[in-house]
Design a protein around this ligand. Structure first.
Ligand SMILES: CC(C)(COP(=O)(O)OP(=O)(O)OC[C@H]1O[C@@H](n2cnc3c(N)ncnc32)[C@H](O)[C@@H]1OP(=O)(O)O)[C@@H](O)C(=O)NCCC(=O)NCCS
Length: 182
C-alpha cells in the first residue's frame, strides 16, 4: 500500500488514474523529459500520461513492485505539481519530475527525503540505486546532497539520446548516518 507522505511544504498523494489529466498538461516539456530514460515517448502522445499510469505505473503498484506519488503544495492540494516514484529492482529505484514553474525551490529535495525514508524505514530495502545523466546537474545535486556515491558509469539511452551516465547508490546504514548529520 502507498501511504500519503508529508514534508514541510508538500503532500505526497498516492497516484490515481484521475491524475493523468493534470500530468498531461505539465509533463510534456523538453526540459522535463530530455534526461529521462528513452522509454518515455517523444513527441509525447495526447494520451501518454493516462496510458503510462493505466498500463505501467498502477499495475506495478498493484503487484507491490512500485510506489508512486503525485506532489502537491500544501497551500494548493488540488493541483499536482510533479511526481516521484520508487521501484523494486537492481539499479533504478527512484524517479522524479517537477513542473517547470516549481523547480529551483528545493521542493524535490524535500520529496526525496520523504520517499527515501520510506524506502529504508518502512519498506526495509538495504540499498537505493539511481542512474542519471552526468549532464542532469539538478538531479545529480540531489544525490550528492543525500550522501549518495557513484558506483558505476557508462552510456545510457535518454529521450535526448545516448549520454554519459552514472549510477548513484546509498545503503541503509549510510542513509541513517547522513540523516543524523542533517
Ligand atoms: C531534477 C528536478 C526534479 C529537480 O527538482 P527541483 O525541485 O528543482 O530541485 P531542488 O530545488 O530540490 O534542487 C536540487 C539542487 O539542484 C540545484 N539545481 C536545480 N536546478 C539546477 C540547474 N538547472 N542547474 C544546476 N543546479 C541546479 C539546486 O540549486 C539544488 O542544489 P542546492 O541545494 O545545492 O542549491 C527537476 O529539475 C526536474 O523535474 N527535472 C526534469 C526531470 C528529471 O530530470 N528527473 C530526474 C531524472 S534522473
Amino acid at each position: 500500500m502507498t501511504p500519503i507522505l508529508e514534508t514541510p511544504r508538500l503532500l505526497l498523494r498516492p497516484l490515481e488514474l484521475a491524475d493523468a489529466e493534470q500530468t498531461q498538461i505539465l509533463f510534456p516539456e523538453w526540459e522535463i523529459v530530455r534526461y529521462l530514460a528513452n522509454h518515455v515517448p517523444w513527441p509525447y502522445p495526447p494520451d501518454g500520461a493516462r496510458m503510462f499510469y493505466r498500463d505501467v505505473a498502477l499495475p506495478a503498484v498493484e503487484r507491490g513492485e512500485a510506489w508512486h506519488w503525485t506532489l502537491r503544495l500544501k497551500t494548493d492540494p488540488l493541483h499536482l505539481i510533479g511526481s516521484i516514484s520508487l521501484t523494486k529492482g537492481e539499479d533504478e529505484n527512484r524517479g522524479f519530475w517537477l513542473g517547470r514553474q516549481w523547480q529551483g525551490r528545493g521542493l524535490m529535495t524535500e520529496a526525496c527525503e520523504a520517499v527515501t525514508d520510506f524506502w529504508f524505514d518502512t519498506l526495509k530495502f538495504s540499498v537505493l540505486r539511481v542512474p542519471k545523466a552526468v549532464a542532469n546537474t539538478a538531479s545529480r545535486r540531489i544525490s550528492e546532497k543525500q550522501g549518495m556515491r557513484i558506483v558505476s558509469t557508462g552510456d545510457r539511452d535518454y529521450v535526448c539520446g545516448l549520454l554519459p551516465s552514472e549510477t548513484w547508490e546509498i545503503t541503509a546504514p549510510e542513509w541513517r548516518a547522513s540523516n543524523r548529520e542533517r
